[in-house]
Design a protein around this ligand. Structure first.
Ligand code: URA
Length: 185
C-alpha cells in the first residue's frame, strides 16, 4: 500500500513507538514543497519547534533562512525534515533506539518526495544518512551519489549559533548546493 503525505502525518501525530511520545508537546512533521528537488534533513525538533509543531522556527531557523537567502534558495522550494520527529528533552543527542523507531517516517517522506539532492544538517543526520563515521568538520561540502540522488552535509545551524565562524563554510556549501541544483535542472 502506498501512503500519502497526509497518511504519514497522521501516523506521526499518533506515534507512540518511543518514550519521546510521552515528553513531546507535539510531533514535528517535515514541511515544505512536496515537489522539491532538495530535501534538508536535520537532527530533531528543538524546544521552539516542539511548541509550534514546525521545523526550524527557532533561532537556528533564522540561521537556516540566512544560509538559504545567501545562496539564492527559499524555504518554499525545498523540503525540510528531521531524523526524529519529537523533541528530545534538554536537546540531548537522539538515542539509537529513537532513531530506529523514527526512521520509517523519514523513509516514507523520502519515497514520496524522491529528492534529487539530500542535504544533511549536522553530524547526527550525516552519520545516519551518509556514513556512520562521517566527520562533519573534515567532510562537510563533499558529495556522494546514490541511485539518482546527490548527498552532502554541512554544519547544523545550531553549531553555527555556538560558533559563528562556521557560517562562512556553511554558506559556501549552500552556494555549491544551489549551483549543483541549477546544473541538474
Ligand atoms: N534543530 C533541528 O535539528 N531541527 C529543527 O527542526 C530545529 C532545530
Amino acid at each position: 500500500m502506498q501512503y500519502s503525505w497526509n497518511d504519514i502525518e497522521q501516523h506521526i501525530i499518533s506515534c507512540t513507538h518511543c518514550p519521546l511520545s510521552q515528553t513531546r508537546r507535539q510531533p514535528v512533521m517535515g514541511r515544505g514543497n512536496y515537489h522539491a528537488d532538495i530535501m534538508l534533513i536535520a537532527e530533531a525538533p528543538g524546544g521552539q519547534e516542539d511548541q509550534q509543531g514546525m521545523p526550524f522556527v527557532g533561532r537556528s531557523g533564522e540561521i537556516l533562512d540566512d544560509l538559504l537567502r545567501d545562496s539564492g534558495l527559499t524555504r518554499e522550494e525545498i523540503y525540510i525534515t528531521n531524523i526524529l520527529k519529537c523533541h528530545p528533552p534538554g536537546n540531548r543527542d537522539p538515542k539509537e533506539e529513537e532513531k530506529e523507531a523514527c526512521f520509517p517516517y523519514l523513509k516514507y517522506e523520502t519515497f514520496l518526495l524522491k529528492p534529487r539532492m539530500i542535504v544533511c544538517l549536522g553530524r547526527v543526520a550525516a552519520q545516519r544518512i551518509i556514513s556512520p563515521d562521517f566527520k562533519i568538520t573534515r567532510q562537510h561540502g563533499s558529495w556522494i551519489y546514490r541511485k539518482n540522488c546527490a548527498l552532502t552535509a554541512t554544519y547544523h545551524p545550531s553549531a553555527i549559533l555556538r560558533d559563528p565562524s562556521k557560517y562562512e563554510d556553511a554558506r559556501q556549501d549552500f552556494c555549491e548546493i544551489a549551483k549543483k541544483r541549477a546544473e541538474y535542472s
